[in-house]
Write a protein that binds this ligand. Structure first.
Ligand code: SF4
Length: 326
């Protein structure tokens, strides 16, 4: 591992100033991804600013929703009474992510900002436009079993790995950010970006901005929800495909729906057209199949991930079926 400077901050403004003082400085909280990246030489920050002591770990009730501090631990959020009552989809998605030990270390802000698990990104001997812009994409003609079927470019076909983020995009969350130019709010759907010509950029955060919290508005999705994750081993693994599903039912009629997928794109993939296809329809297998077909329009597979074209709609149907029955 490269040598680096380490400092601790106790207030957000001081942390931002400490990061801004040094080129290639990074915030560190749980470190469950960043330290792995540093050990492998994928990221080589000159300075780490430890933000674990910032007062950003509260889970609070607001007038019209919940605010969760960026330093709240994944396990604490998943177990929180307010979250389980008001946003059970988020709790389900969190508990589907990583292992118990990792959830005890990982923070909400860090979870959002974790980087792709594309094997070529982690192997510094291989070409990767995300790690080393301009070197090419090893996965494009290589092993691409885990890779994207939506929203990719010829520069990068990686997927975003967070389960929590799939639920947050479905729930219309908002990210609160503080940076050298002050505070701003960002719809969660705009936090992550597609690779385009600049796959080295995972998000639309500006330089030295710090995520301070996420807000989730109240909604009717407190009962008929499900997070379906398909992975290669039950203990813990990243999603091949995952689906966050939430239904607002009146009798057996769907009044409202939220759907998003993970493991299929460079960002959590909201399925707005499929949501529209569900509204006003009976909550039946036929309706779920129709919505899944809508969701998969435009999907395109590579050499090794064509299975996702079938696994995707089946996972959507399974998630909707389970949500409806909840
Ligand atoms: Fe790198 Fe993206 Fe290609 Fe993976 S898919 S090798 S992360 S450029």
């Amino acid at each position: 591992m490269n040598q680096f400077q380490y400092v601790r901050a106790t207030q957000p403004q001081a942390a931002i100033e400490a990061v801004a003082q040094t080129t290639d400085a990074k915030f560190i909280a749980g470190g469950t991804n960043l330290l792995d990246l540093m050990k492998r030489g994928v990221m080589t920050p000159q300075k780490l600013v430890d933000i674990n002591r910032l007062p950003l770990n509260k889970i609070e009730r607001m007038d019209n929703g919940l605010r969760i501090g960026a330093l709240a631990l994944n396990s604490a959020v998943a177990d929180d009474k307010l979250v389980r009552e008001r946003q059970p989809l988020l709790a389900l998605a969190l508990n589907a992510g990583a292992s118990g030990q990792l959830r005890n270390m990982a923070t909400v802000g860090g979870n959002m900002l974790q980087r792709t698990r594309c094997a070529y990104f982690y192997d510094v001997t291989m070409p990767c436009n995300k790690r080393a812009p301009g070197t090419g994409c090893g996965a494009l003609e290589g092993i691409n079993r885990m890779h994207a079927i939506f929203g990719f470019s010829d520069k990068c076909i990686a997927v975003h790995p967070s389960d929590m983020s799939v639920a947050l995009v479905a729930l219309d969350a908002t990210v609160l950010v503080r940076g050298p130019r002050g505070d701003r709010r960002l719809p969660f759907a705009e936090l992550h970006r597609l690779p385009g010509d600049a796959p080295e950029k995972d998000t639309n955060l500006e330089t030295n901005e710090l995520i301070t919290a996420v807000e989730i508005p109240d909604g009717p999705f407190t009962r008929h929800v499900h997070y379906q994750k398909v992975r290669e081993r039950a203990s813990y693994a990243f999603a091949l495909v995952s689906v966050a599903a939430a239904l607002d039912l009146e009798g057996t009629t769907i009044k409202g729906a939220r759907l998003a997928m993970g493991g299929v794109a460079h960002k959590p993939w909201r399925l707005a057209a499929a949501e529209q296809a569900l509204v006003g329809k009976p909550a039946t297998e036929a309706t779920f199949r129709q919505a899944a077909a809508v969701a998969m329009q435009g999907a395109k597979a590579f050499k090794h991930n064509a299975y996702k074209l079938k696994l995707g709609p089946n996972t959507i149907v399974q998630a909707l079926r389970t949500a409806a029955a909840a």
